[in-house]
Each structure stands twice: as structure tokens, then as C-alpha cells.
Design a protein around this ligand. Structure first.
Ligand SMILES: [Zn+2]
Length: 135
């Protein structure tokens, strides 16, 4: 590396590998970039010109997605966002939908008056303890 001309190379092979490891562990591009100390536009830009890096990044992203999936507990969020259709996720998603429908059908949701009322209707939801809607 010559001194005094151009920018210092920050995204070195070592840093690239560290970045890929972070992504494969489930970090977002932005978070992985922060961890290795480069701006988040650096890795995608590198991938545009470096085919090997682009391929490695694709593999890391797939692994990262899997890692995030494995780390997400079964429930409504996993049903909605990760497409899990196991019994636990289905039950949670159904319960969530039923709860929201009950609010819609049981209360008059008038946006104009809701804005003026002391407690916004939009904030009302089933109590996590009882599953009932606060009166
Ligand atoms: Zn599930």
C-alpha cells in the first residue's frame, strides 16, 4: 500500500471475513458493518465488483436468515413474518386475530371521537393476562 495517495483500504480480506461471519450469525448488513467498522454501503458496493465476495455474501445471508429463524420463538410473529405453520404458531396467530376482531366488532371505532377521547380506542387491546378488553 502506498502512503499519501487514495484512501486507506478498510474492507480488507480479514475484515470482509469478519463481516461475512456476522451476517451468517444473523446480523443485518447495517449491524455487521457497524461491528467491523465500515459504512453499511461498503459491503454492497464491494459485492457489485467482487463476484467471489458477492457469492460469499449470498451464502452468509441465507445462513443468517436461518439463524434468525432459529432464534425466533414460536408465536404470532413467527407465523406472520417467517411463515411458520406449526401448531403453536397457528394457535397464537388465530388467538391474535380473534382478539383484534373482537375489538373491531365490539367497539365503535370512530377516528374523530377517538382522537378527542381521554383514552384512545386505538390503544385498547386484550389484556395479556385475561385476554379481555379493558372497559
Ligand atoms: Zn412455529
Amino acid at each position: 500500500m502506498t502512503r499519501g495517495r487514495g484512501r486507506t483500504a478498510q474492507f480488507t480480506p480479514e475484515v470482509r471475513q469478519q463481516f461475512l461471519d456476522e451476517v451468517a450469525a444473523g446480523a443485518t448488513i447495517k449491524n455487521a458493518s457497524t461491528v467491523v467498522g465500515v459504512h453499511y454501503n461498503v459491503p454492497p458496493r464491494r459485492a457489485q465488483t467482487d463476484k467471489a465476495f458477492a457469492a460469499a455474501l449470498d451464502v452468509a445471508k441465507v445462513r443468517g436468515r436461518q439463524a434468525r429463524r432459529d432464534g425466533t420463538p414460536h408465536g404470532e410473529s413467527r407465523y406472520n413474518h417467517l411463515g411458520c405453520r406449526c401448531g403453536v404458531c397457528r394457535t397464537a396467530a388465530t388467538a391474535g386475530r380473534v382478539g383484534r376482531r373482537t375489538i373491531r366488532d365490539g367497539q365503535v371505532l370512530d377516528l374523530d371521537t377517538a382522537r378527542e377521547s381521554p383514552t384512545s380506542f386505538l390503544l385498547l387491546g386484550p389484556s395479556p393476562q385475561t385476554g379481555r378488553i379493558a372497559a
